[in-house]
Ligand binder design. Structure first.
Ligand code: G3P
Ligand code: MG
Length: 236
């Protein structure tokens, strides 16, 4: 069965990567939530997509230049505050959600982001089969496996990787996380599936594409509209 994964929470309707968006996603009965992890100046992992604050809050500048307590003063929409990764992990564990933690370290190489994230998952004894780490920085995903190979990793990409199944194996990863257009090519899907790796694809907001991807037996669909994907999954 395909996993319905809410992208940055229920971001189609609520301010992305906020506790409100995560709660609303969980109320749609999606299977999981994807979110983006960055580090504050004082090394606290927080959830925000951009390296800068400008698009999603009333702040300006780089996330890494502010302490966590400084960031807590900002409004991320509807009075929402920036969530700490720890709050998200506690919430998701209670709701028994699958979580996809995307490490945002391909523009800024946050030192120790991998170990800080794994330590928090360990602290909450998050079930290993209910979490996957992903990144566009594939060196970081190899690093995760050197820290603790029992955590699953997914490789994010938005191009047509040559022989993706072989590449996944080379990086010691568990899954490929492609932008969805390349997944519509059967040859590329088969190349990954035949080697027994999983495919979680992003970001699918269109009903027709959702249907096509469900028919292809993709393992996970990451969407801003988990409610729409639920409806389509029930019909098919
Ligand atoms: O993890 C899937 C997707 O979120 C990757 O791209 O830019 O939306 O974080 P982005
Ligand atoms: Mg993301």
């Amino acid at each position: 069965m395909t996993l319905n994964i809410a992208h940055r929470g229920f971001s189609g309707e609520y301010p992305e990567n906020t506790m409100l968006a995560f709660k609303k996603a969980s109320e749609t009965h999606c299977n999981g939530i994807e979110t983006d992890v960055q580090l504050t100046k004082d090394g606290i992992p927080v959830l925000i997509h951009d390296e800068t604050l400008d698009r999603t809050s009333n702040g300006t500048g780089l996330v890494k230049d502010y302490t966590y307590s400084e960031l807590l003063k900002l409004d991320f929409g509807n009075g929402q505050k920036i969530p700490a990764l720890e709050d998200f992990i506690a919430f998701s564990k209670e709701k028994n959600l699958f979580i996809n933690l995307e490490l945002k370290n391909s523009i800024i190489e946050y030192e120790s982001l991998e170990s800080i994230t794994l330590n928090l998952l360990d602290k909450y004894s998050y079930p290993k089969d209910k979490v996957i780490l992903s990144s566009f920085n594939h060196y970081s995903m190899v690093n995760i496996k050197t820290l603790d190979k029992s955590y699953k990793t997914g490789l994010l990409y938005d191009c047509w990787i040559y022989e993706p199944g072989n590449y996944c194996r080379l990086c010691g990863a568990d899954a490929m996380h492609p932008q969805f257009l390349s997944v519509l090519n059967k040859k590329l899907v088969d190349d990954i599936k035949i080697k027994d790796f999983q495919i979680n694809t992003y970001t699918v907001n269109d009903a027709e594409y959702m249907k096509k991807l469900l028919n292809l037996g993709i393992d996970g669909i990451i969407t801003n509209y988990p409610d729409l994907l639920n409806q389509i999954m029930q019909q098919s």
